[in-house]
Design a protein around this ligand. Structure first.
Ligand code: 5GP
Length: 116
């Protein structure tokens, strides 16, 4: 059984976060340490620790993460200028929280590597 992280507490509203979207499969909230004017994390409600743990049964949830990212980008007014979607995996990928999350980052031109 994977260990719960602070993101489970955000999903369950046990700790505060600036939640911009939530449904039966995913939750999205603003990053506490934004690296750009818009920095939202989109996470599955199910605890999946890393990209290595994504199973075939999670494909609907993974797809939902992308359609929600698209919606938030439009709502935030950055869809046309563009943005970046990032998922870090394990230590070399720079993953700090072991509950997978898609970073939606935009609102300014981004360099070739955002999180080097
Ligand atoms: P990672 O490095 O794992 O890809 O990214 C983890 C992200 O989660 C970081 O950008 C960090 O700022 C964000 N984060 C960590 N703890 C919290 C928290 O308690 N609340 C929010 N909103 N973001 C968090």
């Amino acid at each position: 059984m994977a260990e719960e992280t602070i993101f489970s507490k955000i999903i369950n509203k046990e700790i505060p976060a600036d939640v911009v979207y939530q449904d039966d499969l995913v939750t999205a909230f603003r990053d506490i340490n934004p690296r750009a004017p818009i920095h939202v994390l989109i996470i599955p409600n199910k605890l999946i620790p890393t990209a290595n743990d994504i199973e075939v049964e999670d494909e609907l949830t993974m797809g939902r993460m992308f359609t929600v990212a698209k919606k938030i980008a439009k709502d935030e007014g950055i869809a046309d200028d563009g943005y970046r979607l990032i998922m870090n995996c394990n230590s070399h990928g720079g993953q700090e929280v072991y509950h997978i999350h898609m970073h939606l980052v935009g609102g300014r031109p981004l360099g070739p590597l955002l999180m080097s």
